[in-house]
Structure formats: C-alpha cells, structure tokens
Design a binder for this molecule. Structure first.
Ligand code: OOG
Ligand code: NI
Length: 448
C-alpha cells in the first residue's frame, strides 16, 4: 500500500508541477551516468540500488492537532511511523515537525517513502485577533474524505483491509494532498495571514495540506545542481548539509524555487492572488551517524556558519569543505572511531581461527565478517530550515522565543516520536549479534 501510495502521489505531483517531471528526468540521467561510471558512492549496495528509482520523500504542513493525530493513524496503515522531532521555530519558521517513514530494514528496502510533516504553531502568531481567526478556519475544515475516515476505523477495528478496501484507501488518502487553487478565505484575510507569515497563509487559507514537494534521491547532487539552470530551472544557491566527500554522510539537499501560482477567492469582484508554495528538491543520502558522529557534524556546521552567511556561494562551499576536513573521510576510520552506523554480516567461505570466535574485530580482520554503512533515512533541522526558507523567501525569517513544544506535539500525534538513533543502533546491534552467532535481538516491533 505504501508503494502504491507513493506512486500515486508522484503521478499526481508530476501532473500538477511539470518541473518535478523535468527534475525526475535529470535525476534519472545523473544516476544512470554515475552508476555506469562505477562511481556510485560506497554506500550503495544492491538492495539500495533496487529502491533508488522509487525512492522519494515529500512534505506537507498541517493546521491542527486533530489533523496530525488522524494522519498518524492513517500512515500507520501504510507502515509509516513518526520518527524524530524537529523544532523549526529556532530557525524562524513557526512549525514543528516529524517524519513519517517505515522503520524496519526490510520495509525500507521495499519502499522507503517518507513524509516530512509539519504542524503549524498558531501560538506563534502574535496578533490575538488574527490567531483566533486562523484557528476558526482550521477548525472548520476537514482535510480527509469521509471514506478515508471510515476506512481508517474499519482497518483499526478489524486489523486489516480486504484488497479492494486497500486500493480505495490509497485513492482516498491521496485526495488530501491535492493542490486547490481556490482559497477558503477572503482576499483580505489571505493578505493579513500572509503578512503574519507566508507559511501561515499556506496552511490556513486552503482546503487541505497540499503536497509541497517530492524529492528523488540522486547519487551525484552536484551534477544536478549544475544541470538545473541549464534546463531553465532556478536552483537554490547552495546545497544544504555536508560538503561533497568520498564517503557521503547524512544528507545533502538542494531545491528549485517555488512557483508563483494563481489563487482565486470566492467573493465577487475579488482579484486573483499569487501564492508560492510548491517546489522541487533533490537529495543525496549517506551514512547514518552515531550521536558522536552527529555531534561532530553539528559542531563543524556551527563553525562554518559562525561568521555569518558568506555572500558568495563559492566562498561558502570552500569554507564548508575546509572546515569538514576534520571529519574522517574513509569508512574504516569512521567505523573505528564510532562515528557512523554499520550493518555487519557473515561472509561465507572464510575460515577464521577459533580464537576469532565471538570477537567482531578479529572476524573482520580475517575477512569472515563485512561491515556495510547504514543509510541515513531521516532529515536535518538546519537543512530543513534552509529548504523552507528557499521557497518562502528570506523575508519570512522571524524571531521566536525558543520554547520546547515537543510535549504538545506528541499529545497531538497521540504517541511519542521514535528516536532515530535508537533505530539505527538496534539495527547495528542485531547485525552484530547475528554475526557472533547469538540469537539476534528482535528489532523494534513494527506495530501501528
Ligand atoms: C518542509 C521542508 C523540509 C526537507 O527535506 O528537509 C524538508 C517544508 O517546506 O514543508 O522537506
Ligand atoms: Ni524535503
């Protein structure tokens, strides 16, 4: 069902935003060239190659606790669970977010579709009258079809779907993420909300949480960054995340700017408006970092940004590369220093000495065990803020008091978000146990 849902979303978005189709074409070409040249990053084993052509992430923005709670139940049906908590208010964006995604390695290998899901923080709208107005509009809307709501209850009551219900559920759920050019508020209300924050207008003034981008995974993001302007696509100035390296770490992202779209208002005689929300993005994924590796990454990125953003993207890139020389760039050092997560597996044929029994490092040295990097499946708050800004415009950056709103977020969600580090850690630990011949510790249970 997740596979079908991801495919339906991609078909819909391709129709709505033709540049997304162009981007997919560029990515396909770059991936083919990279693989042919034998330059695929060392983090791309065959099971990942298989998922590469279907791999996407997308993003939506919700308006109320009820919407988030219902969506959590619906995505559980597709095998997607909320992982990670991202507070974007520290970057001047009035939302907090999680990523719905599959969590088991075999589910990720099948189809890793992820949806970065943000919830608007109405309390960050300063004007009380405007805040109340926004709340009223959000309360009055229903973003799910009656059939999607009904089928969700059916699924939960019976613990499953008949085949035709599964197909119907996917079709109904996709409706929620459609673009609507007609605003649900008056031109004047739209203008006021837009002035409060462009993101507030984007969430409050429409019938539903339109999908705002879908992102394919590319093996050489620098090649796509160069190709976009050649095809008439206005690319973001810099690639977010770490610099280009031999061993890709975490996540690198770039996007093209949001399109200005016509918005219609219901009242007679109102002129049409213009709204920017939907854009395109590409990502390159690398190895998942341990808390130690992540602390080093965050520290280096802070150093890069400490002197303020350099005006020139080339200067930024040079500084990024130079500062990141402090992050080891070969897999073995990353592994030995405990900076990244690995999946260990036994290799058939090798006959290690008996003394190597139960000793992972000795088994590795004897060639009886292989370590493969685990791919990072999540997002990065600083990068996400950069992606938000690129399609909102820099004027949308505002200062908010940093308050921990996580408790409220999880209450709305109806559960706690899963800890990404715990997921990678348990995958690595289970693989080590299998190699050492102990009964593999059960991975995280996959229950809705
Ligand atoms: C989400 C931006 C974050 C990413 O890839 O980091 C994101 C949004 O604009 O709604 O998608
Ligand atoms: Ni994205």
């Amino acid at each position: 069902m997740r596979e079908r849902f991801a495919r339906a979303m991609s078909a819909m978005y391709r129709e709505e935003v033709p540049q997304y189709g162009t981007l997919l074409d560029i990515v396909e070409e770059v991936n083919r060239r990279t693989l042919q040249a034998g330059e695929g990053p060392s983090t791309l084993p065959s099971d990942e190659r298989a998922r590469l052509d279907v791999e996407r992430h997308g993003a939506i923005r919700l308006g109320s606790a009820r919407e988030l709670g219902l969506l959590r139940r619906m995505f559980a049906i597709l095998g997607m669970r909320p992982v990670g908590y991202y507070d974007l208010s520290v970057a001047g964006v009035p939302v907090h977010s999680t990523a719905f995604r599959p969590i088991l390695p075999e589910a990720l290998a099948r189809n890793p579709f992820r949806l970065f899901t943000s919830l608007l923080r109405l309390e960050l709208i300063q004007d009380p009258a405007l805040r109340a107005l926004a709340a009223r509009h959000l309360e009055a809307r229903e973003i799910f079809t009656p059939e999607a709501l009904h089928l969700t209850e059916e699924f939960e009551a019976r613990g499953g779907f008949r085949p035709e219900q599964a197909e119907a559920f996917v079709q109904e759920l996709v409706q929620t993420f459609k673009w609507h050019a007609r605003s649900t508020v008056s031109a004047d209300t739209y203008r006021r909300l837009h002035e409060a924050h462009r993101l507030v207008a984007d969430v409050v003034c429409f019938p539903g949480p339109h999908i705002n981008h879908l992102t394919p995974r590319v093996l050489d993001i620098d090649a796509v960054q160069q190709e976009m302007p050649r095809r008439g696509i206005a690319a973001k100035e810099i690639i977010e995340g770490p610099p280009r390296r031999k061993v890709p770490i975490l996540l690198r992202q770039t996007s093209f700017k949001a399109l200005a779209e016509t918005v219609r208002f219901d009242e007679a005689g109102a002129p049409t408006g213009s709204h920017t929300a939907r854009f395109g993005e590409v990502e390159q994924r690398g190895i998942a970092l341990t808390p130690k590796g992540r602390a080093l990454y965050d520290d280096l990125l802070n150093q890069v940004n400490a002197g303020g953003a350099p005006a020139d993207p080339r200067a930024y890139e040079a500084r990024l590369r130079q500062v990141f020389e402090a992050f080891p760039d070969d897999l073995e050092t990353i592994r030995r220093q405990g900076l990244g997560y690995f999946e260990y597996s036994r290799l058939p044929g090798a006959k290690p000495a008996a003394s190597a029994d139960g000793d992972l490092e000795a088994l590795l040295a004897a060639g009886a065990v292989r370590a493969r990097p685990i791919v990072y499946e999540d997002f990065l708050p600083v990068s996400a803020a950069g992606i938000f800004q690129s399609n909102l415009g820099d004027a949308a950056r505002q200062a908010y008091a940093a308050a921990d709103a996580r408790v409220a977020f999880e209450r709305a969600l109806g559960c706690e978000v899963l800890d990404e580090f715990a997921l990678y850690e348990s995958q690595q630990a289970a693989s080590i146990q299998r190699c050492l011949g102990m009964p593999g510790d059960a991975l995280v249970e996959d229950q809705p």
